[in-house]
Design a protein. Sequence first.
Lengths: 291, 165
Amino acid sequence: MSGPADAIGGDGHGVSLGIGEDDPHGDVIVDRLTLEDEIVRRGGDASDDVAEYALWLGDDALVLAHQLGWWISRAPELEEDIALGNIALDLLGHARSLLSYAGSASGRTEDDLAYWRGEREFRSSQLAEQPNGDYAHTIVRQLAAAVYMFDLYVRLQGSADETLSAVAAKAVKEVDYHRDHTVEWFRRLALGTDESRRRLEVALEHVWPYVGDLFRDEPLLDRLEGVAVRPSSLRPSFDAVIDALAAETGIAFPDADTAMGGGRRGQHSENLSLLLAEMQVLAREHPGASW
Amino acid sequence: MSAVLTDRQKVWDLAATVVDPEIPVLTIEDLGILRDVDVTETGVTVTITPTYSGCPAMDAIRDDLLAVLRPVGLGDVEVRMVLSPAWTTDWMSEDGKRKLNEYGIAPPSGRSHVPQGPIRLTLATRCPRCGSADTVEVSRFGSTSCKALYECRSCLEPFDYFKVI
């Protein structure tokens, strides 16, 4: 489009702010602007291995963001609607950066990866797909996720991959708040009433066995030395936080791992397929739609 | 193409007229998210950075930048978003903090810390209405990603606090 630019060229000092009278977006074609243009990938496109690792992190963030968004209008108090909505928004931001980067290895966009992959292609941990349950279930799941992610992003800042390092440096500041928030709620539920404590213990029994899926090493990690953070190496700092919470609240954390696991290899429970059906239906019903 | 504005400072000043759509008293320069302006033979590139990873205001800010810069004949206008170095509230100008306070949002108090250990240092947050330091945090998450919800115990008014990251 050339019209507006020529017409408003001006004399150099009476510069118009140039927003067209009838069209508030001027000559901006919004649907051409995608995240690929926005995030400057300093180190270039991802390799296949780095892309696979970016999916681990990005899919965890995406699945959790979708789950937490469900609580808006349903949380125990208005402030919690807002808090969980904000946490979900941060996670969605991480997911967008990570999926965009992962897609650079294969010429796919963040939307291609979010909406057009099947359950077996998702690399999220089995923890992330555990149902929201009651509020205690969500808090237990988010506590584990936030404590794990915080240490992960602290260390990923030192990655040799510049894009992963930049995403981590941004994310760690946000996850710091998520971790504080879930730790506070864990305390409230544990030390609140008999009923809140009972529900917390039920939630731990259901959710905690899936925590181990976050810390499983896969052969991929052997090829990403200095780039990725080895999951098993995050376990000690995670346990230190959990042990301190256990000592403070007198809550016994189950130490059983699920016999299943394997989210990083695309092995998921039916929870993920149900979640994806909801998340993906609009994009699949109306391919290429924008709004 | 007619290069009406070739001077980098002039382009910067024009880009700096764009305000945050959520906090219209702050320009993107006040916020410290306007990172760079690069003027070349064929056009300009403006670089911005998000305050929060998922901040939806970035799309509006980018559109506003294009709407401001495209009509003045600078050639190709590109808006790039970078994540590194990560934005912190330390990038906000003193003038921006003053305007924020006058607008009724308490500005970030204290400097950004490096997230490492379990200790978070919390400085007193002053009520933007009455100036009292006797305030209490109601929720660490507020109306937008960057704000927390506070209440003043002196004048009893609730207020937003632009939290430190």
